[in-house]
Write a protein that binds this ligand. Structure first.
Ligand code: PL4
Length: 410
């Protein structure tokens, strides 16, 4: 018999989003008459805009003609890699530093393979579950108390030895205490943040970069929601900060900017300047790893990605993200009417609402039972998420209006 991978057994609970779907199905079975509306999972609902969609169709047509047919595209179409560098990073990276992928979550999983079971993780708490769960699957939890002075709460209640939680709460304005980062950590940092909606300022990111350089750590900077930033003073990429090329990898995606959640297209930037403790090139190892275990993103999707980065595509992305930010404004307004404290939703599609003293799964259940609204319980994102609920602004406008009406009518 094949033995079960013990790291899978170390995961404390089922994956958050299927658990939410299960509870929704269970409620729907009990109340078949209820019109349930989801503000839970961050899944796009609006059609892909016409210019970008036409490029996807064009990409499919190219495959139907011998003259334009293409097969494997290895690290990605050079035109797309150059466009990503030009549009997002002022051309600061060569195409060999930009790797095309099937989405940022998939890249994060592969990066955890790159760093291996010995890597220590430091994560914002709360955070997108793949940083912790993926680290556990990669082996981080197999080493109990690998941190000096690992106290309850530092390591997920003492269970995940290789994962250090960095609480992000109202008390620290949702920016963690960086002095807790240990030498040689992989720091997962997401801004605009999922789930809190907080966006790190330039001085905060400068401090993060300094902490990474000081501790010989590598930042995995998840910028999946960067297109939602409207405040020009807020950084859209970690590479706006001096020194980031020596300590940061950035992952990003077309999922939430162009509606590619089902199309699947993203990228990672791994600068040539980034090295391991022994001096080896992270870029060279990432290239080796992705060539070995990944066969590239769909070439149809990549033609869509190129279109999303040209002038017309940029305009469409702006309009699409403006739409979801409009939803976020409505949700914030409804919560304000109810005197429920919240942050996020101005430069991000998530609103983080506070229910002091309450268990977040209980609040989730109450919102489902009373209002037939699916949300995401904050504790699903980490211990510091307890007493919070995440509202996602991804939804049809009529549904968002109906939810706001249901909540404020009571
Ligand atoms: C539900 C911070 C959503 N089944 O589409 P990708 O892989 O390029 O991006 C995924 C992603 C990456 N980074 C951050 C994210 O928040 C997400 C998507 N998160 C959410 O509701 O939190 C979708 C979740 C999906 C999942 O499990 O990821």
């Amino acid at each position: 018999m094949v033995k079960r991978n013990p790291n899978i057994g170390r995961l404390k609970a089922g994956y958050l989003f299927p658990e939410i779907s299960r509870r929704r199905r269970e409620f729907a079975a009990r109340h078949p008459e209820a019109k349930i509306i989801s503000m839970g999972v961050g899944n796009t609902t609006e059609p892909i805009p016409p210019h970008i969609c036409a490029a996807l169709v064009g990409g499919a047509r190219r495959l139907g003609r011998a003259e334009t047919y293409s097969g494997y595209a290895d690290e990605g179409l050079i035109e797309l890699r150059e466009a990503i560098s030009r549009v997002n990073y002022n051309g600061a990276f060569g195409p060999e530093e930009v790797f095309i992928s099937d989405g940022s979550k998939c890249d994060i999983g592969r990066l955890q393979t790159l760093f291996g079971p010995e890597a220590k993780a430091a994560v914002q708490d709360p955070s997108y579950p793949v940083y912790v769960d993926g680290s556990v699957v990669a082996g981080a939890a197999g080493r109990e108390n690998s941190f000096s002075g690992c106290e309850d709460g530092d390591c997920g209640g003492g269970g995940y030895g290789g994962v250090k939680y960095l609480p992000c709460t109202p008390e620290n304005n949702y920016f963690p205490d960086l002095s807790r980062i240990e030498d040689g950590s992989i720091i997962y940092f997401c801004s605009p943040n999922n789930p809190t909606g907080a966006v790190a300022t330039k001085p905060q990111l400068a401090a993060l970069v300094s902490a990474a350089l000081r501790t010989g750590s590598i930042i995995v900077y998840d910028a999946a929601y960067s297109e939602y930033i409207r405040d020009a003073a807020l950084p859209k990429t970690i590479y706006e900060l001096d020194g980031a090329r020596k300590c940061a990898i950035e992952v990003n995606s077309f999922s939430k900017s162009a509606g590619f959640t089902g199309v699947r297209l993203g990228w990672s930037v791994v600068p040539r300047d980034l090295v391991f403790s022994g001096g080896g090139s992270v870029n060279a190892d990432w290239s080796r790893l992705t060539a070995t275990v990944f066969n590239g993103a769909s070439n149809i999707a990549q033609y869509g990605g190129i279109a999303a980065l040209d002038e017309e595509g940029r305009r469409e992305v702006r309009e699409l993200t403006d739409f979801y930010l409009g939803n976020a404004r409505l949700i914030r307004g409804a919560l304000k009417t109810l005197n429920i404290g919240c942050i996020g939703g101005d430069n991000s599609p998530y609103i983080w609402a506070r229910f002091p003293g309450r268990d977040s799964w209980d609040v989730f259940a109450e919102l489902l039972e009373k209002y037939h609204v699916v949300t995401t319980p904050g504790s699903g994102f980490g211990p510091a998420g307890e007493t919070f609920i995440r509202f996602s602004a991804f939804g049809r406008r009529a549904d968002v209006e109906e939810v706001c009406g249901r909540l404020t009518a009571h």
